[in-house]
Ligand binder design. Structure first.
Ligand code: NDP
Length: 285
């Protein structure tokens, strides 16, 4: 079954779930992991210059036999070297990935650019105008960072990739308001954190209760990870995840086939998550 897509504010479509090559795969050779992800149905690959593995990701892309148009490739701009621009940095990424363009290019971490954020955004627009990327967006941007670049943007960011799970959802309020106003898709990383990084929190019995209900409704296995990813999907969030296991990769993609959470179940996760504010990453300034 093809992976369903989300519409972006620039008229393009993005697969709702991506296989990431950061976190557990950061700095590693990812050829095997990306190959397994593609073979099992992932079409959206989320990488970054900072992960130092674009070349091995590119090797898997080349060996996959997929047409370029069948894959959606994201990379992210790291801190600029002296004399470099977002466009020249992307040219380096394209060489490593072995492709002519990426689908999405994100400013990875706003604090890496200090007072130059507006200039960097104009550089992102230049990379898009040159045809090196179909879409541009940001990551780890607060509402203030977004408002800063929106002052000069002729192209608004299409997505903002941030840590998103029930323990930070309430705190994301100001971000989500700016996203809504400018039609920016919220993308999540660390979405499964309540299950392991934050295990023992108030959400544990709630996700298990909903999992059990969905499993009975479906008549086949449902995991707690699927409950959390479905919660994000039903909020219109683009999920970025990863796994070292083929079985879990298939489970992530199978999330689409899990019955919907009810409005009450979504509210229950929201309310329970709001009881504990817990962030696991420090990429925001
Ligand atoms: P998730 O929160 O979805 O976690 C995925 C990890 O969870 C995998 O390593 C997997 O391990 C493990 N896992 C899944 N289910 C369970 C379970 N039931 N019990 C225990 N462990 C489980 O995503 P990540 O936080 O890892 O981030 C995914 C991607 O997001 C990164 O690779 C990167 O591309 C991107 N990212 C972006 C950031 C940014 O600044 N823009 C920051 C952080 C991440 P296993 O291998 O065992 O399946």
């Amino acid at each position: 079954m093809p992976v369903s897509t989300l519409a972006l504010n620039d008229g393009t479509q993005v697969p709702w779930i991506a296989f990431g090559t950061g976190t557990a795969l950061y700095g590693k050779d990812v050829e095997q992991a990306v190959t397994v992800a593609i073979e099992n149905g992932f079409t959206h690959l989320d990488g970054a210059q900072m992960y130092k593995n674009e070349a091995s990701s590119g090797a898997a892309i080349a060996a996959s036999g997929k047409l370029r148009s069948e894959l959606y490739i994201t990379t992210k701009l790291q801190a600029l070297q002296p004399g470099a621009t977002p466009k020249s940095a992307l040219e380096e990424s394209l060489k490593k990935l072995g492709v002519d363009y990426v689908d999405m290019y994100l400013v990875h971490i706003p604090k890496q650019h200090g007072s130059k954020l507006k200039e960097v955004w104009k550089g992102m627009e230049e990379a898009k105008s040159a045809g090196l990327t179909k879409s541009i967006g940001v990551s780890n941007f607060t509402a203030d960072h977004l408002n800063e670049i929106l002052e000069v943007a002729t192209i608004p960011p299409a997505i903002n990739q941030v840590e998103a799970h029930p323990y930070v959802w309430k705190a994301l309020g100001p971000n989500l308001a700016v996203h809504k106003e400018h039609n920016i898709v919220t993308s999540s990383y660390a979405g499964l954190s309540p299950l392991f990084r934050g295990k023992g929190g108030p959400l544990d019995p709630v996700t298990e209760q909903i999992r059990a209900r969905l499993e009975i409704t479906r008549g086949s296995p449902v995991s707690e990870g699927q409950v959390l990813n479905k919660w994000l999907k039903q909020k219109g969030v683009l999920v970025v995840t990863t796994s070292s296991k083929a079985e879990r990769i298939r489970e992530y993609l199978d999330t689409e086939n899990v019955p919907d959470l009810t409005a009450e179940e979504i509210d229950l996760i929201d309310a329970t998550g709001a009881k504990l504010h817990k962030r696991f990453f420090v990429c925001r300034s």
